[in-house]
Design a binder for this molecule. Structure first.
Ligand SMILES: [Zn+2]
Length: 211
């Protein structure tokens, strides 16, 4: 279970779901994300609704998306639209019980990617982790660019040049960053998406602070 899901105190932010969505874009060959993202979703589903609940959800998906969810291929490439189909289905199934479920999905991804939990804040490791996300961006997505910037009280990630985007995707990123901060021992994490490509901005910019 992610630290974000276990956390007492302020719940993860509710998703902002308005905004434009482009699922494929002009070049379908690059509208792809790494299969490992499905691995995080599967782990989240098994921990949250169990095998039976996951089967119930998978039955509602298109065959291709159902296959990626049942048998995630960590190093394979999957169409961006299939990830959004899955996340939207999870949101619809669980939003009544977990209004912030999209953040929890992102947190599960960070949990899978980071594993260990730091006892106390290691800002250097956290910064390195975020820098590496930017550095190895093209191993996770075939589209877009990302820039990492250090700020006085945290960091900023600037995603741009996305040919495809969805508010659903941005909502899970929130949880990913919150969990990354918590796992590195950060307290009082804040994440704000100050610009968003789904709202017509040139980038999706996530401002993060921690103590
Ligand atoms: Zn965005």
């Amino acid at each position: 279970m992610s630290l974000l899901a276990e956390r007492k105190g302020p719940p993860a932010p509710l998703p902002r779901l308005e905004g434009k969505e482009v699922l494929i874009g002009s070049d379908p060959s690059i509208a792809k994300v790494k299969g490992v993202m499905f691995g995080g979703r599967k782990a989240f589903l098994l921990a949250t609704v169990g095998e039976a609940g996951m089967q119930e959800l998978v039955a509602k998906l298109s065959p291709r998306t159902a296959q990626y969810t049942k048998t995630p291929l960590a190093s394979g490439w999957c169409e961006f639209e299939t990830l959004i189909e899955l996340d939207r289905a999870i949101y619809e199934m669980l939003k009544a019980k977990y209004p912030n479920v999209l953040a929890l999905i992102g947190a599960a991804s960070a949990e899978l990617g980071i594993g260990r939990v730091y006892k106390s804040l290691d800002s250097e490791e956290l910064t390195k982790f975020l820098e590496n996300i930017a550095l190895f961006h093209n191993q996770y997505q075939k589209f877009g660019a990302v820039r990492f910037e250090k700020t006085p009280s945290g960091a900023r990630m600037i995603y741009s040049k996305y040919p495809c985007y969805s508010p659903i995707f941005c909502a899970s990123a929130f949880g990913f960053f919150l969990e990354a901060i918590l796992r590195h021992g950060g307290t009082e994490p804040t994440v704000q998406e100050t610009k968003c490509q789904t709202l017509g901005d040139p980038s999706c910019t996530f401002e993060m602070t921690w103590k």
